[in-house]
Design a binder for this molecule. Sequence first.
Ligand code: GDP
Length: 295
Amino acid sequence: VEGLTKTRDNILGGVDQVLSGFSSIDEDFYEELEEALIMADFGVHTALRILSDIKVKVKEQHIKDPMEVKNLLKEELMEIMHLSDDAYIFEEKKSVILIIGVNGVGKTTTIGKLAMRYKAQGKKVVLAAADTFRAAAIEQLTEWSNRANVDIVAGQANSDPGAVVYDAVFAAKARKADMLICDTAGRLHNKKNLMDELGKINKIIDREYPEAHKEVLLVLDSTTGQNALQQAKQFKEVANITGIVLTKLDGTAKGGIAIAIQSELNLSVKFIGVGEGIDDLQDFNPEEFVEALFK
Ligand code: GDP
């Protein structure tokens, strides 16, 4: 997978060193392996869980060679990262996609990339600029809508986000849109505000557009490592997240965070951002991801 080189180097850098640096599997080996997994941003909880599973399998299968632990590790990661069969079902339906996340993680860019992808598939796309607290966000999203050549509904700066969503739903219905993609404000420092606002937007969509499938994508910046995991925890408390977009995987060695998010929060990464360009969004493919880590 392009853009994942750094992640691979980092995870394998550490893990490979441990695997090849030992001639037998003992407590020291496990300790160093644990440290390598934590360094790769798997998170302590997940690293320990993986390690305890591996220990059981090493015993059961009478494994003596540290290099063979690599296959066990791969198996573990494949199991953790498995995506359910209906992960992308929303792409086959008339859908509303709510994009949530704190400022700066790549929400606007992701919306531009998604708009481009669905437009290229021949779908009718409408964007809603419901992050009305930042005038710049409205401008940026308008630019992306021009680039992707899709319609956008934008209110004035500081107008009511609910009203923008209401108008956007009306426009989506009138234009028989396949995809309505809504930007939202990401002020996580005020949990009650965020909850109220997302609640209001959800209510409007449920009431005015019940025929649409609802997908809620939380955007996380992979370069922030464990902070991304904290954000996911907090957003999970206020929103029905249906998937994660992990951005900036091209510039980081912290891709292990994908594993921590899935393992600790049971949230599936569905898309990855691998650059700033309009084409730099990929479906998350767990098999490819894990294989890339082990190539
Ligand atoms: P927002 O505040 O969440 O809407 O974030 P933006 O979409 O404005 O993105 C913030 C910065 O991150 C911009 O400079 C983007 O070009 C950059 N960015 C977004 N996604 C990616 C990505 O996948 N890779 C890289 N390298 N940069 C990205």
